[in-house]
Unconditional design. Structure first.
Ligand code: HEM
Length: 358
């Protein structure tokens, strides 16, 4: 029965009034934010809402990827989750334009009110990084957000619940760990991978790389682009690096071999979704790097080279974070790919066809 008192409204469903009551700064904050400071607050809050969306998608990805066996139909779902995250990250990378409608002087007029608060304390961005698999020891300039959060929590400035949640995420397998486990299970030549079968595959690939290098050297010498000795040294370095990548300390790395297999034989029907997944993950990481570097440019324009309110070196620090690569192998494998018609032949290519429905 229709009940006008219980009618769902736009405001009620989205809790717009609650949302719009959150832009006045902390309680008792006086004077109230002027229009420029409110703009600053809204832009930050908009970013944090988008971080929330990404984290929710990451929870789904994490849950699905934690299964011992990843059903085929889950892979398009993962692609879909990542692609939403990438769209959001791209949108955020473009959102800095709105921030920089604030002039440096306008920002300085209220910057002192921020105290030592800083985006460095965005625990949602930290949750995103931890969920992906960014490790503390890979962080730049000795910055350690988790140690900082612990201090904040001990002094009562951060909810213990939030800190505990971050620790749980930090201690669970990351998306990068789960991806490696999945890649290590990639069947090559239609068989469950073993150290021997994967070593055979990587050896054949390295052999093809060598053949490619030999013919490239021959051609370059013939057209006068260098002498054989120095060209060979350069190409050999590349092949040695490929060997170290695939067989670190002489033992085949199953995840990297599986990754190389998917990237190399990407046109086989059963590999098309796995390859799209890898591509989408790279697209996401790329969008995150754009987000970081656009933030750094906006900050440079706004405050120049002064130190940040969070105490970091400011733009120098932010520029260094653009070096982060959580999915390092996905980027590195590109260096060792060879063209499709030079790839070693597979013994059972039909294993990777779609099932015959007739
Ligand atoms: C006037 C605008 C802004 C300025 C001048 C600025 C400046 C800075 C600086 C200097 C840092 C380095 C840490 C520090 O020492 O404080 C930083 C970090 C950060 N900022 Fe901003 N920021 C601005 C706007 C924003 C906005 C709108 C967001 C959106 C949430 C944001 C998110 C972050 C994040 C997540 C970090 C940590 C980066 C990392 O450690 O990897 N910032 N910001």
């Amino acid at each position: 029965m229709a009940d006008s008192d219980n009618r769902m409204t736009y405001d009620g469903y989205l809790r717009i009034q609650d949302l719009l009551s959150l832009q006045d700064g902390p309680s008792g904050y006086l004077p109230k934010p002027c229009h420029n400071e409110m703009h600053f607050i809204v832009v930050h809050q908009a970013f944090e809402l988008w971080f929330k969306v990404i984290l929710r998608e990451f929870d789904e990805i994490h849950k699905k990827m934690s299964q011992d066996v990843l059903p085929e139909q889950t892979i398009p779902e993962l692609v879909h989750h990542f692609s939403r995250c990438t769209s959001v990250m791209r949108l955020m990378a473009g959102q800095w334009d709105v921030m920089q409608t604030l002039s440096p002087q306008e920002f300085l007029s209220f910057r002192h009110r921020l105290g030592t608060s800083s985006g460095f304390e965005s625990w949602q961005l930290r949750a995103i990084e931890l969920r992906l698999g960014l490790k503390s020891h890979d962080r730049v300039q000795g910055m350690d957000p988790m140690a900082h959060f612990e201090k904040l929590m001990n002094s009562g400035s951060l909810d213990k619940k939030i800190y505990d949640e971050l620790v749980i995420i930090q201690n669970s397998p990351s998306i990068a760990d789960l991806l490696r486990q999945w890649l290590a299970r990639t069947p090559v030549d239609g068989k469950t991978p073993t150290v021997e079968s994967m070593r055979k595959f990587t050896q054949k690939h390295l052999q093809s790389m060598q053949e490619q290098a030999d013919s490239a050297i021959k051609h370059m010498v013939a057209v006068g682009m260098g002498d054989e000795k120095s060209l060979r040294e350069r190409f050999e370095k590349g092949i040695d690096a490929a060997r170290d990548f695939l067989e670190p300390s002489g033992n085949v790395d199953l995840a990297r071999a599986g990754l190389l297999f998917i990237e190399s034989y990407k046109d086989l029907p059963l590999l098309s979704w796995p390859r799209r997944l890898l591509d989408e993950i790279v697209a996401f990481e790329q969008s995150m790097l754009h987000f970081r570097s656009h933030h750094a440019r906006m900050v440079e324009r706004m405050i120049g080279r002064r130190i940040g309110t969070g105490g970091s070196s400011g733009v120098d620090y932010l520029d260094e974070t653009v070096k982060y690569r959580v999915f390092e192998d996905l980027w590195k494998v590109r260096t060792i790919l060879i063209r499709a018609d030079a790839l070693p032949e597979l013994s059972k290519p039909e294993y990777y066809d779609f099932a015959d429905q007739t």
